[in-house]
Design a protein around this ligand. Structure first.
Ligand code: ADP
Ligand code: MG
Length: 250
C-alpha cells in the first residue's frame, strides 16, 4: 500500500454508524487530497457526515472501509498532531485566558519549554487581538473573543493539521468576517494545513484553496472547486468577478 504524499488523504472511505434501527450509511467511498500547508473547506447540508469526517481524520473513529492518511501515516488512533476547534469553544472558567491557551501543553508531549510555550501563547493572543486579556476569565470575554482564544489554544502545540468544525457559525456576520481575516493573519505568520467545515459558502471561498462539496446520502464528494484568488485575501476580493463566479458555481 503506497504511502500518501498529501498532508491529509482519504482513500475510498466508506462509513456507516451502527444504530438500533440497523446500519446508517454516512460516507460513501469518499476520496479527498489536501496538500501540506493548504486550506480545504468542506461544505454540505446538515447531517451529511461533515463532523464524521473530522472524527475520521483526527483518529477518534476508524472508517468501516478505506484509508485515512495523515502526514504519510495511516491513521489508526487519536493523533496529538491534530488541533481542533468547534462552534462552541469550551474554555475552563476557573482558568485565565492565558492558562486556557496553554492547556494542550499539559496533555501533549512537546519539545517546547514552559517558558517558550508561554511566550508563544502571549504572541498568538496578541496576533488575534487579545493583548491585555491574558489574565481575564473566559466569562469576561465576548463570543468572538472566546473563539479567538480557542483558536490560539488549538494551535499552541504546533499541530500538523488544524480541523475547524463550523467554528464561526455562532457568531454575528461582522465578528465572523473579522475572524476570517484573523485566520489569514495566523496562517501568514505560521503556515499549517487546515480542514474547515462550514455552511457558509463565502467563508469557504474567502479562506480555502479548495472547496469540497459533499452531497447525497450516504455522502460523497460531488464537486471540488479550486479557489484561484490571491493567497492572502481581503474582503473586497469576495466581490471580484472570479469570486462571484465561484460563488455562483457553488
Ligand atoms: P454533519 O456534521 O454534516 O451535520 P454528522 O457527521 O454529525 O453530520 O452526522 C451524519 C449522520 O450520522 C447524521 O444522520 C447523524 O445523525 C448520524 N450520526 C452522527 N454521529 C452518530 C453516532 N455516534 N451514532 C449514530 N449516528 C450518528
Ligand atoms: Mg457537524
Amino acid at each position: 500500500m503506497a504511502s500518501s504524499p498529501y498532508m491529509i488523504e482519504l482513500r475510498e472511505v466508506t462509513h456507516a454508524y451502527r444504530t438500533k434501527a440497523g446500519p446508517l450509511p454516512v460516507l460513501d467511498s469518499l476520496s479527498i487530497k489536501i496538500p501540506e500547508n493548504s486550506f480545504a473547506a468542506v461544505v454540505g447540508p446538515s447531517g451529511c457526515g461533515k463532523s464524521t469526517l473530522t472524527r475520521l481524520v483526527s483518529g477518534l473513529m476508524k472508517p468501516n472501509e478505506g484509508q485515512v492518511w495523515l502526514h504519510s501515516q495511516l491513521v489508526t488512533s487519536p493523533r496529538p498532531t491534530v488541533g481542533m476547534a468547534f462552534q462552541n469553544p469550551v474554555l475552563l472558567e476557573w482558568r485565565t485566558i492565558l492558562q486556557n491557551v496553554l492547556l494542550p501543553m499539559e496533555i501533549v508531549r512537546s519539545p517546547m519549554s514552559r517558558a517558550e510555550a508561554e511566550a508563544r501563547a502571549r504572541h498568538l493572543l496578541e496576533l488575534v487581538g487579545l493583548k491585555g486579556f491574558e489574565d481575564k476569565r473566559p466569562s469576561e470575554l465576548s463570543g468572538g473573543m472566546r473563539q479567538r482564544a480557542s483558536l490560539c489554544r488549538s494551535i499552541i502545540h504546533k499541530p500538523d493539521v488544524l480541523i475547524l468544525d463550523e467554528p464561526f457559525g455562532a457568531l454575528d456576520a461582522f465578528t465572523r468576517e473579522d475572524l476570517w481575516c484573523t485566520m489569514h493573519d495566523l496562517r501568514e505568520e505560521e503556515p499549517f494545513t487546515c480542514l474547515l467545515i462550514t455552511h457558509d459558502l463565502r467563508e469557504s471561498v474567502f479562506l480555502a484553496d479548495q472547496v469540497i462539496v459533499l452531497s447525497g446520502r450516504p455522502a460523497h464528494a460531488q464537486y471540488v472547486l479550486e479557489v484561484d484568488l490571491p493567497g492572502k485575501r481581503s474582503l473586497d476580493d469576495l466581490y471580484s468577478p472570479r469570486a462571484v463566479e465561484m460563488l455562483a458555481i457553488l
